[in-house]
Ligand binder design. Structure first.
Ligand code: ADP
Ligand code: MG
Length: 236
């Protein structure tokens, strides 16, 4: 079924192009799947924060986004929602292997993001895996063989690219780099370059960071295509 992977997301849907961020008062104002809306409602999320309001529409339009806003401003949902919608749309063309990849700087952050993914994505139908080490590589390798979404730390992901037979990101639709500034502060710049070299060029990339340092801009240049820069300043 590998050939089905070539089917790309279609961002030309009328309702997606019509999104005006200033008019978004509630998550229900975005053209989201019922499954995502139910997941948000179930988790008691109603009103998007500024970074969510500004980024989600652009991401649904299939744009690459560089989102900057301070800690606590709600960046996680700004990418979890587009990831869920991507998985949902891909289902029509047979979900094949790894569709979405979320890279976090630390195990703790990866774990927290994974929890939000499971909570808000509970009405969706996909497999998700946390790839942060702490278990034998082989055990993790067996679990992720057919995983649609992976939340990971850079070092461990790279180890799978290098050592896990059959692990491939050829079908990847969407890459998320969360807390990119911290990823780089922790010395993962080289690992990130190697990971990106393993990913298909034709994909969507969302990069989030609390600060915009030179090294974040360098990583953005390497990983994003014609990105929209979004920064949010509201008091969370
Ligand atoms: P950041 O990644 O920008 O530091 P998080 O995504 O971790 O921020 O969100 C910070 C907190 O705000 C979390 O406790 C999260 O549940 C909460 N939160 C995020 N978005 C919303 C929202 N739209 N409505 C209410 N609470 C939210
Ligand atoms: Mg965060």
């Amino acid at each position: 079924l590998k050939s089905n992977c070539k089917v790309r997301k279609n961002a030309s849907a009328f309702n997606v192009q019509q999104i005006v961020s200033s008019k978004i008062k509630s998550f229900t104002d975005f053209p989201l799947s019922r499954r995502t809306l139910d997941g948000l409602k179930n988790a008691k999320y109603e009103v998007p924060t500024e970074i969510q309001r500004e980024c989600i529409g652009l991401a649904l339009q299939n744009r690459d986004v560089l989102g900057a806003s301070k800690t606590g401003s709600g960046k996680t949902l700004a990418f979890i929602i587009p990831v869920l919608e991507t998985l949902y749309k891909m289902k029509g063309s047979q979900l094949c292997g790894l569709c979405a990849l979320i890279i976090s700087p630390t195990r703790e952050l990866a774990y927290q993001t994974f929890e939000v993914l499971k909570k808000v994505g509970r009405f969706h139908d996909f497999s998700a895996g946390l790839v942060i080490g702490g278990k034998p590589l082989q055990e993790e390798a067996e679990r992720i063989a057919n995983t649609n979404v992976i939340v990971c730390t850079p070092g461990r992901l790279l180890q799978h690219f290098d050592e896990t037979f059959n692990f491939s990101a050829d079908c990847l639709q969407i890459l998320v780099l969360d807390e990119a500034d911290r990823i780089l502060d922790l010395g993962f710049a080289k690992a990130m370059n190697a990971i990106i070299a393993n990913l298909p060029a034709e994909r969507q990339t969302l990069l989030f960071s609390a600060t915009q340092t030179k090294s974040v801009k360098d990583l953005a240049r390497l990983s994003l295509f014609d990105p929209v820069y979004v920064s949010a300043h509201e008091n969370a």
